[in-house]
Write a protein that binds this ligand. Structure first.
Ligand SMILES: N[C@@H](CCC(=O)N[C@@H](CS)C(=O)NCC(=O)O)C(=O)O
Length: 212
């Protein structure tokens, strides 16, 4: 039996898991989920109801995107995305992204739902993280080293969402290194492969794999 990945293409957590699985040459069955109509087979193995969820052949379940990334990289990490020397920095950067920055991103993206402050106010809050990343990219080619690490892939789908809230604003903002970093990942074969679009999965559908 293949691993099974419950995913939602527009979810940044699912996107980081998909990219890492492809990079690690792990090709699970892909089940595209509608968040408003989650399959009962997914809820049966992970009651919290978030994607991504990876069900392993031994019936273990990983329902945190970072755990899926770590699991895949432990199996196959050909370009050393998880270099032990920077493991702590990777973890800290992803923590900040998943907690503080994700909140700022949601406020900015869905600002109409948070009328206490303006869209620009929420964008400025998120920009402190963009500034930090821009500084890091002044020191090295990728966020934590001159080669890609797990942090680049973990953060990329969130920076992408932030940029595309108002892409013309992002393109003229004073973050040239971050703009180039984002564009390189947007153009990467890995991202294009992970963007595979499927209709929502239903019980009994023929299996479709994540890639090929
Ligand atoms: N900490 C989780 C967060 C996953 C998450 O929040 N996913 C969102 C979609 S992007 C979700 O499934 N939300 C449930 C819902 O909206 O019903 C992870 O890293 O996998």
């Amino acid at each position: 039996m293949l691993p099974v990945l419950y995913s939602f293409r527009r979810c940044p957590y699912a996107m980081r898991a998909r990219m890492t699985l492809i990079y690690s040459s792990i090709n699970p069955e892909l089940r595209e989920v509608l968040l408003k109509d989650k399959p009962s087979s997914m809820l049966a193995i992970s009651a919290k109801g978030t994607v991504p969820v990876l069900q392993l052949p031994d019936s273990n379940v990983l329902d945190q995107s970072r755990d899926i990334m770590h699991w895949a990289l432990a199996i196959n990490d050909p370009q050393q995305w998880l270099d032990e020397e920077i493991a702590t920095s990777i973890s800290e950067l992803i923590d900040y992204n998943d907690n503080q920055f994700k909140t700022h991103l949601d406020h900015y993206k869905y600002w109409e739902r948070f009328p206490a402050e303006s869209k620009n106010f929420y964008r400025t809050q998120g920009e402190s993280f963009l500034q930090r990343l821009e500084q890091q990219l002044n020191n090295q080619r990728y966020l934590l080293a001159d080669t890609i690490s797990m942090a680049d892939i973990a953060l990329f789908p969130f920076i992408r969402q932030f940029a595309f809230v108002d892409k013309s604003w992002f393109d003229q903002a004073p973050y040239p290194k971050l703009q180039a970093w984002l564009q390189e990942l947007l153009d990467s074969r890995l991202f294009l492969a992970a963007m595979k679009k499927l209709p929502p999965w239903h019980e009994g559908d023929s299996p479709v794999s994540l890639y090929q």
